[in-house]
Design a protein around this ligand. Structure first.
Ligand SMILES: *[C@@H]1O[C@H](CO)[C@@H](O)[C@H](O)[C@H]1NC(C)=O
Ligand SMILES: *[C@@H]1O[C@H](CO)[C@@H](O)[C@H](O)[C@H]1NC(C)=O
Ligand SMILES: *[C@@H]1O[C@H](CO)[C@@H](O)[C@H](O)[C@H]1NC(C)=O
Ligand SMILES: *[C@@H]1O[C@H](CO)[C@@H](O)[C@H](O)[C@H]1NC(C)=O
Length: 642
C-alpha cells in the first residue's frame, strides 16, 4: 500500500508537473487485486477523473508479461474500440462503458491459471494528460478431497530409524495447498531423527498442484492408541480454507517387560481331583514372541492358558510362564506356586475285623494323611459314637459288637472326605434273648414255629431237641447285630417240651418251650407267635364317655398281653381286677362330677389311671356285646383247657 501511495504521489507530482505545462490532470483508481476461480469471469474496474472532464479520453488496457514488458490488449477512443489481435486475451475480453461516466470495466472470461497477471488501465486526456492504474488478477482452484493411507503392518518400538506411519495426498489445487499432520488433535512437527515429514509437490501441465506428504516416526508403546490424520489448507477467493482426512490407527509392536501367571480357576484352595486352569499374561504384543507355561517337573505347554484335569499332589509346585522374543532372544518370565491339597484313604487300626472279650477294652484308630486339618467322627449304625481319630471301647458287651465306621472330613472343603470301617466282635458264651412266649397250645397235627435268638461270638451253634428225643439242626441266620436267629417248625402230636440249645467255644445257653396239644380245633390261626387278636378292635370304634376333659387318653394296653394263650388264670384275674378298677373309677368319676374331690394333683393321677383302664371296661360294656361275649368265651375256654 505504501508503495502504491508513493506511486500515486509520484503520479500526482507528474500530473502536477504536466498541468503546469499542459494544463491537464487525470486520476485513475483501481483495486489492488481481483480474485477469481479458474474458468470463471474476472471483472477489472478502472475508475478515473480528469480536469478536462471525462468525455473524449483515450482508454488503453495492458498486461505485464512474465518478462516484465507491457503488452497492449485493448484500445478505445471516442471513435473506435479495438481488441488487439494475437494476444492470449484476444477472444476472451470485452470492455464495458464509453468512459463518459469515468468507469470502464475489463471482463476476462474463462480465466486460466496463466491469466494470473497484472493488468494496467491507461487513460490519456485530450490535453495530453495521462493516468494509469494497476490490478493484479489472482486465480484459484479448489483441490480435491485429501486422502490418507496408513501402513498396514505393525510398527515395532525397537526400530532404530523412524518408521513410515502413512501418506496423505491432495490433488489439483491452486495455489499450492499445504498438508499438516496431526496426532490426537495436535499438529506434528518434524524433529531430528524422531519425526520426519516429507512433502512431495507435483505440478500438472495445467499448472495445478498436487501435494503428497509422508510421515515417519519412531514409535513408543504409548503411541499404540494414537490416531493420525492430515489437515489440508488452501487459499480461495473467500479466504484460507481447510479440510481434514479421516483418522488412521497404527499397530505398535512392543516386547514384553513383565509376565504373570495365575490360577484362574478354581478360586481359592485346590484339592486333588479338581481341574485347574492356569492363565498367563505378558504385557508385550510382538508377533515374534512365544509364550509358554512350564511346571518345575519339566512339563511345558506352548500356550497362554493350560487346563490340568484331575490334578493330584504331583501337580503342586512352581509354574513359570515365559515370553521369548524370537527376534532378540530375550526372555521375560513370571511364576506362581500351586498347591494341591490331598486327603488319603483312611487307615483303620486294627484292620477290618477285631475280636474283644466281654468286659475288656479296645482302642482303635482311624487316620487319613492330609495336607489340611482333618476332623474324624466314628459312627455305629449311623449314630455318632465318638469324635476324634481314636475310638475307645471300654467294658465290651455284646452291644458293643458291630460295624464301626470312621469318617474323616476336611472342614475347609465341602465333600472332601474318606472313611474306613472296623468290625468289632465281642467274644462270649451264647446268650439266648428271652423269647416272648415259651408256652404254646396247638391243635393236633398243626405245625408250631419256634424261634430262638442268640447272641454270642463266635456265632453259636443252635440245636433244637424235644422231650421225646428228637433233635433238629435247622438253618440259622445271623443278622447284622450278630444275633443268630434259629426257627424250627415242629408238628404237634402230643404235649411236649422243646429245647433250644446254643453253644460256642465259650459256653452254652438253653431255653425251653412248652407246647400243649389241644383236642378241639381252636381258632383257624395256627401261628403261635401271632399277636393278632381277632375280636378286640382298637379303641377308635368305642365312644369315650369315661374320659374326663383333663384326662390325657393313654393307649389301650396292648391286647396281646391280655390274651396270652395258656395263661387263662392270669387273664381271669386281670379281668376281675380291671372290673374292680372300673367300678372304682366310675365311683371316683361320679364323685368328681359331684365335686367331692378337690385335690387337683391327686385327681390328675387318678383320672389317668382310670381312663386307661376304662377303655377295657368300655369294651366289655359297649354296645358291641358280641365282642365282649367272644372275649369272655375265649377266656373261659382257655381256663378249661388248662
Ligand atoms: C503453506 O505453507 C507455507 C510455508 O509455511 C506458507 O507460506 C503458506 O502460506 C501456506 N499456505 C497455505 C495455503 O496455508
Ligand atoms: C482405532 O483403534 C481403536 C482400538 O482398536 C478403535 O476403537 C478405534 O475405533 C480405531 N479408530 C480408527 C479411526 O480406526
Ligand atoms: C439242652 O439243654 C437242656 C437244658 O439245659 C438239657 O437238658 C439238654 O440235655 C440239652 N440238649 C442238648 C441236645 O444239648
Ligand atoms: C412256620 O414257618 C414256615 C416256614 O418258615 C412257614 O411257611 C409257616 O407259614 C409258618 N407257620 C406259622 C403258623 O407261622
Amino acid at each position: 500500500m505504501a508503495a502504491r501511495d508513493t506511486s500515486f504521489l509520484l503520479i500526482g507530482l507528474l500530473v502536477l508537473f504536466h498541468t503546469w505545462g499542459a494544463w491537464a490532470n487525470v486520476e485513475v483508481n483501481m483495486e489492488d487485486r481481483v480474485e477469481v476461480y479458474r474458468g470463471e469471469k474476472a471483472r477489472i474496474t478502472c475508475m478515473f477523473t480528469s480536469s478536462d472532464g471525462v468525455g473524449g479520453n483515450m482508454i488503453q488496457w495492458f498486461y505485464v508479461t512474465r518478462t516484465g514488458e507491457k503488452q497492449k490488449i485493448y484500445y478505445q477512443d471516442s471513435t473506435m474500440k479495438v481488441v488487439d489481435k494475437g494476444t492470449p486475451f484476444t477472444d476472451r475480453i470485452s470492455v464495458n462503458g464509453t468512459g463518459a461516466d469515468g468507469v470502464i470495466v475489463l471482463t476476462i472470461s474463462n480465466v486460466q491459471l496463466d491469466d494470473e497477471l497484472e493488468f494496467i488501465c491507461v487513460i490519456k486526456a485530450l490535453t495530453d494528460g495521462t493516468g494509469e492504474g494497476r490490478t493484479k488478477l489472482k486465480v484459484f482452484e479448489t483441490p480435491g478431497s485429501p486422502t490418507i493411507e496408513g501402513v498396514q503392518t505393525g510398527i515395532s518400538v525397537q526400530e532404530e530409524n523412524p518408521s513410515k506411519i502413512g501418506t496423505c495426498e491432495v490433488k489439483n489445487g491452486y495455489p499450492k495447498p499445504n498438508i499438516t499432520w496431526y496426532r490426537n488433535k495436535t499438529p506434528i512437527r518434524a524433529a531430528q531423527d524422531v519425526v520426519k515429514v516429507v512433502p512431495t509437490i507435483t505440478t500438472k501441465s495445467s499448472g495445478l498442484y498436487s501435494v503428497r506428504s509422508e510421515l515417519s516416526m519412531k514409535v513408543k508403546k504409548e503411541d499404540k492408541d494414537d490416531v493420525f490424520y492430515c489437515e489440508v489448507t488452501y487459499f480461495s477467493p473467500e479466504g484460507l480454507r481447510m479440510t481434514e482426512t479421516s483418522p488412521i490407527n497404527i499397530t505398535v509392536f512392543y516386547p514384553s517387560t513383565a509376565v504373570s501367571v495365575w490360577v484362574e480357576s478354581p478360586k481359592g484352595e485346590i484339592k486333588e481331583g479338581d481341574s485347574i486352569e492356569l492363565h498367563c499374561h505378558d504385557d508385550g504384543n510382538k508377533p515374534s514372541s512365544l509364550i509358554s507355561i512350564s511346571h518345575e517337573d519339566g512339563d511345558s505347554w506352548d500356550n497362554k492358558m493350560v487346563v490340568l484335569g484331575n490334578v493330584s499332589r504331583l501337580n503342586s509346585g512352581v509354574y513359570t510362564c515365559t515370553s521369548t522374543d524370537t527376534d532378540a532372544w530375550d526372555t521375560v518370565s513370571g511364576n506362581t506356586t500351586v498347591f494341591v491339597n490331598y486327603l488319603d484313604p483312611a487307615v483303620v487300626i486294627p484292620k477290618d475285623d477285631v475280636e474283644v472279650s466281654q468286659g475288656e477294652e479296645l482302642t482303635a484308630t482311624c487316620n487319613a494323611l492330609s495336607s489340611l486339618q482333618t476332623h474324624t467322627v466314628w459312627f455305629k449304625d449311623g449314630v455318632k459314637v465318638s469324635m476324634g481319630h481314636s475310638l475307645d471301647l471300654k467294658d465290651a458287651t455284646f452291644d458293643t459288637a458291630g460295624m464301626y465306621k470312621c469318617v474323616v472330613t476336611v472342614p475347609e472343603f465341602e465333600g472332601m472326605e474318606t472313611s474306613g470301617t472296623l468290625n468289632v466282635n465281642v467274644n462270649g458264651p451264647p446268650q439266648i434273648i428271652a423269647p416272648e412266649f415259651t408256652e404254646f397250645e396247638k391243635s393236633f397235627e398243626a405245625m408250631v414255629n419256634l424261634s430262638c435268638d442268640v447272641r454270642g461270638y463266635p456265632a453259636p451253634t443252635v440245636i433244637w431237641s424235644t422231650s421225646d428225643g428228637k433233635t433238629f439242626l435247622p438253618e440259622s441266620k445271623t443278622d447284622t447285630d450278630g444275633v443268630v436267629q434259629s426257627v424250627v417248625s415242629i408238628k404237634v402230636t402230643s404235649d411236649f417240651t422243646a429245647f433250644c440249645n446254643a453253644s460256642n467255644d465259650f459256653g452254652t445257653d438253653a431255653v425251653s418251650f412248652n407246647i400243649t396239644a389241644t383236642k378241639h380245633t381252636p381258632t383257624p390261626d395256627t401261628t403261635t407267635t401271632s399277636t393278632a387278636i381277632p375280636t378286640v378292635e382298637p379303641e377308635q370304634a368305642i365312644p369315650e364317655p369315661a374320659i374326663t376333659e383333663q384326662a390325657i387318653p393313654e393307649p389301650a394296653i396292648p391286647p396281646k398281653r391280655i390274651k396270652k394263650e395258656g395263661s387263662g388264670v392270669i387273664i381271669a384275674v386281670i379281668i376281675i381286677c380291671i372290673l374292680l378298677l372300673a367300678i372304682l373309677g366310675s365311683v371316683l368319676y361320679f364323685l368328681y362330677k359331684k365335686g367331692k374331690i378337690c385335690g387337683r394333683s391327686g385327681k390328675q393321677d387318678l383320672t389317668k389311671e382310670v381312663s386307661s383302664k376304662d377303655n377295657i371296661v368300655v369294651e366289655m360294656k359297649s354296645d358291641n356285646t358280641e365282642e365282649a361275649v367272644l372275649l369272655g368265651v375265649n377266656g373261659e375256654k382257655q381256663l378249661q383247657n388248662n
